[in-house]
Ligand binder design. Structure first.
Ligand code: UD1
Length: 420
């Protein structure tokens, strides 16, 4: 069993340079897009995180061959060998659902396990299913599996009832090979979706309105290979920005896209941090001695990301006053709160709101990482908690952060992975 051990201190100042990895949430749909063609996709700037290996295991079962060299991945699905995404893999990573649209579009058939419960609340996939049905798929649920078939998908007009990142991606991929025109309305606007659209266009897709709420896709008969760079991970970048703000640090983040971080930067500046853009793809964060409290409400991009909520909560434990954090995207995404309480934070949860009273000195303790971003928040808290913090069940952390302990060591943190 692996754990993370941190020796923290309230006067830690993180200083130095960090290179941000490629985006986990952008690379997963890009890999799934490999199912849309029998030619090769070359993806660069991929993060070497567990979710990438999980989707590659699934892709291999579906017929893919792949090769990783450094941070580049070549993936090719000459023939579809199986149409089934088994429960074991879908349970390990919900984003496995991203193979549904591409499999249906190229192969006419897909059997994908229903994701079921998840540590961050109920996460239905009804919007993916409704959309694919509008494109002509026949879908039923049997024995815990989505059974989908379609002789040929045909374009349709689909309005998402609610913004969904994965749903938008699944439908974009399916529509790229559907006959005729598909109009997708109320699409999610996350940069990871734009990154996917740019890949699809390189593969030969015809897409209009990239990055907008209404996107038009004219289906093509077939798609081909492409070479494509994955965008930087804005959530990893945001996590390091919070680390700088929290420790009165001075950190230079390289290989990022500041345009994707605007809301996070705004909130951090309001809290007192100085954030300076440097060159095109770097940012410097300098934390301030006094952190100002503020209220935060998560919302779809370009709003404040739910994936940064837990990390921001740690910052607010050190603010001089009370902050209210409202989580509107997922139910029950406050599992980190109980662990932060063990470290000495003063947080009260009522429904979708957490009231964080600062400033509370934190002290090290043993805690459990309950989901991916909760793990990151516990690391941040452990850095400034006096004494030793041990984080258990770090599998979640490895799903989405590439070598986080090494990156933190490089800027002065006392953090290590222990095995026992
Ligand atoms: C993606 C991200 C995840 C992020 C989330 C919200 C990936 C691999 N994961 O997840 O890190 O936290 O966006 O920014 O990119 N919903 C439905 N029906 C559906 C689909 C979604 O009701 O069919 C609801 C969800 O329960 C949730 C909201 O819509 O309340 C947003 O979910 P969605 O954007 O689909 O999240 P994911 O794509 O799963």
């Amino acid at each position: 069993m692996e754990r993370i051990r941190i020796r923290g201190t309230h006067d830690l100042r993180l200083q130095g340079e960090v290179r941000i990895s490629g985006s986990k949430n952008a690379v997963l749909p890009a890999i799934a897009a490999g199912l849309l063609t029998n030619e090769k996709l070359n993806l660069t700037n991929i993060p070497l995180v567990k979710d990438v290996f999980t989707i590659l295991t699934l892709m291999k079962q579906l017929g893919a061959e792949y090769d990783i060299e450094g941070n580049s991945l070549a993936v090719q699905v000459r023939d579809i060998a199986s149409d089934e995404a088994a429960y074991e893999l879908v349970r390990a990573m919900r984003a496995s659902i991203l193979v549904l649209g591409p499999l249906l579009a190229r192969y006419g058939k897909a059997v994908v396990a229903l994701p079921g419960g998840c540590a961050i609340g109920s996460r239905p996939i009804d919007l993916h299913i409704n959309g694919l049905q509008k494109l002509g798929a026949t879908i039923s649920l049997e024995h815990g599996y989505i059974q989908a078939t379609a002789d040929k998908l045909s374009g349709a007009s689909i309005e998402f009832e609610k913004k969904t990142v994965g749903g938008t991606e699944n439908l974009l991929m399916a529509a790229s090979l559907a006959a005729g025109e598909t109009v997708l309305k109320n699409c999610a606007l996350e940069p990871e979706i734009t990154n996917l659209c740019e890949l699809l266009v390189k593969m030969g897709a015809r897409i209009d309105g990239i990055g907008e709420e209404t996107v038009r896709v004219i289906g093509v008969r077939e798609l081909g290979g492409a070479t494509h760079e994955i965008i930087p991970d804005r959530i990893e970048a945001g996590t390091f920005l919070v680390a700088g703000a929290l420790t009165r640090g001075d950190i230079l983040l390289n290989h990022i896209n500041p345009a994707h971080l605007q809301t996070i930067i705004e909130k951090l500046r309001y809290s007192g941090a100085i954030i300076e853009p440097l060159r095109g793809s770097a940012l410097r964060v300098v934390g301030s001695r006094e952190i100002k409290p503020q209220d935060i409400t998560t919302s779809p991009y370009p709003g404040f990301p739910t994936d940064m909520q837990a990390q921001f909560m740690v910052l607010m434990t050190q603010a001089l006053g009370t902050s209210i954090i409202t989580e509107t995207i997922f139910d029950r995404r406050f599992s980190h709160v109980n662990e932060l309480l063990r470290l000495g934070a003063n947080i009260e949860v009522q429904g979708d709101k957490a009231t964080v009273k600062g400033r509370t000195p934190l002290s090290g303790a043993e805690v459990i990482a309950t989901d991916l971003r909760a793990s990151a928040s516990l690391i941040l808290a452990g850095l400034i908690a006096n004494g030793e913090t041990v984080i258990n069940e770090i599998e979640h952390l490895d799903r989405g952060y590439e070598r986080i302990e090494e990156k933190l060591q490089g800027i002065g943190a006392s953090i290590e992975r222990i095995r026992n």
